[in-house]
Design a protein around this ligand. Structure first.
Ligand code: MN
Ligand code: MN
Length: 464
């Protein structure tokens, strides 16, 4: 071994040296990483909507000793509580040793993902085939959604107050649904259009059937499809008016790559972070400060509404904890800290032109800390303070979490936002952290296993 030169030693001391996560991961953690990712894959195959994420998360939480939070409850250090917001959002907490006056530690993620929703009046027949009209949810590249197998999931609420769960296409013995596309042979005009215009929103109609009921008259295929739905779910056409039915990809979550180092799944954004936050919280013993995870709905369409992060539901949850301890919630927020845990873009060497390589998250470099999001000069971002960034760096380093920093693409290339600014507006120190994703918002997104695992570790050490 040759001695290091003076310059090499200086570089080691003065430069920020990033290393691939696999060169930093202790060998004994590899099986833990794989086990974590297997559990995450199982979760993803069960939870393809925000409602399913809530019900699966509640199951895991209850198995770990969490109970529904009612305001009169006695809260002792180690008490585990959750509140289910209308079946679409969830907040959980483990009460800490310290008073809420000293603040709480929050991880906030979202559990809604881009998808294809049914219109309120969806069912029709054309050319002796039956279809659903749809209205897409969130930011999608519309051309990615035709010709992929789809499942129908969601609920239909009936006038008698009952709610029917719908899940069609997930069972291997059941048919799936699909949106058709034009054959290349006749697509001369379509192919001249831009990617944004090639598939129109109103062309995202879902193919449902072609077998007419025996007899005479019009709409016999539509009638046949409606009668299948009626037999299976007990619904009539008017019931679509009070339904939340959505089409999600019928793909399974599974390992990707010859080395299996990635996970492909529908809805990594943002369930890869939501699941990490949840498992991180379930692994906490009795924390010093109360540990809180909130899983919000509606982030992909602006976080508004009763189940979105802008809803007062989260504040009420923290207020109820504060009331039980005789603490002013404003003071609690002022001393609290939040990781807004949402995905970022991973550097994709196939599209280098959109990123600043020196400032973009890379796969296998761990959880990404994003000081600010926004677009056109950080507009619409909460921009975490230097002091808070330093605290987060220390927590992650002390916990042996592999982490990196990165921003969403080149300056003026585009941009995006998360729930960070909503949390920061409550007077809570907040920073964005999350897993880098390839093909974000596509029907099947890709993350690196190492990064997904590091998000779990980050949530755990943040609470501890
Ligand atoms: Mn997201
Ligand atoms: Mn998103």
């Amino acid at each position: 071994m040759s001695e290091k030169t003076e310059l090499e030693l200086m570089k080691e001391q003065l430069f920020y040296n990033q290393k691939n996560g696999y060169d930093r991961l202790p060998k004994e953690e590899i099986s833990e990483l794989e086990n974590y990712c297997s559990r995450y894959i199982s979760f993803m195959n069960l939870a393809k909507t925000e409602r399913e994420c809530v019900s699966e998360s509640v199951k895991l939480a209850e198995a770990a000793g969490f109970v529904p939070f009612v305001p009169s409850m006695e809260l002792k250090p180690g008490t585990k509580i959750y509140r289910n917001n209308r079946g679409k959002a969830l907040t959980l907490a483990v009460i800490g040793k310290k008073s809420a006056a000293e603040g709480v530690n929050i991880v906030a993620s979202h559990i809604d993902s881009p998808r294809i929703d049914l219109k309120p009046n969806p069912l029709y027949e054309d050319s002796e085939m039956a279809f659903f009209k749809t209205h897409y949810y969130g930011g999608i590249k519309k051309y990615q959604w035709p010709t992929v197998p789809l499942e129908l999931r969601g609920v239909v609420a009936l006038k008698d107050g009952s709610v029917v769960d719908v899940c069609f296409g997930a069972d291997k013995n059941e048919p799936v649904l699909v949106i058709t596309d034009l054959l290349i042979h006749l697509a001369g005009d379509q192919m001249k259009k831009s990617l944004a215009e090639g598939i129109a929103g109103e062309a995202l109609n879902v193919l449902l059937g072609s077998k007419p009921l025996e007899g005479e008259g019009s709409d016999r295929v539509k009638l046949a499809v409606m009668s299948i739905l009626n037999k299976k779910y007990g619904i009539v056409e008017e019931d679509f008016l009070s339904a939340e039915l959505t089409l999600v990809p019928a793909f399974e979550a599974r390992a990707v790559g010859l080395d299996g180092s990635f996970i492909g799944a529908y809805g990594h954004d943002d369930r890869v972070c939501a699941y990490a936050a949840l498992e991180g919280l379930l692994a906490v013993g009795v924390p010093e400060k109360t540990a809180v995870v909130t899983l919000a709905d509606k982030e992909e369409i602006g976080s508004m509404g009763v189940s979105g992060m802008e809803s007062k539901e989260f504040d009420t949850f923290i207020e109820d904890i504060c009331d039980a301890q005789g603490v002013n919630v404003g003071h609690c927020f002022r001393n609290s800290a939040c990781l807004s845990c949402d995905v970022s873009n991973a550097y994709d060497p196939n599209y280098p032109e959109v990123s600043d390589r020196r400032n973009n998250a890379k796969v296998n470099y761990g959880i990404n800390i994003c000081k600010y999001t926004g677009s056109r000069g950080k507009s619409g971002s909460s921009d975490a303070s230097a002091e808070f960034m330093a605290k987060v760096r220390k927590i992650l380093d002390d916990g042996n979490v592999v982490w990196q920093t990165g921003e969403l693409g080149k300056v003026d290339q585009g941009g995006g936002g998360t729930v960070a600014m909503i949390m920061a507006n409550k007077n809570i120190d907040t920073v964005d952290v999350g897993v880098p994703v390839l093909s974000m918002h596509a029907p099947w997104e890709v993350v690196a296993k190492l990064d997904a695992y590091m998000n779990y570790k980050a949530a755990k050490v943040f609470f501890e």
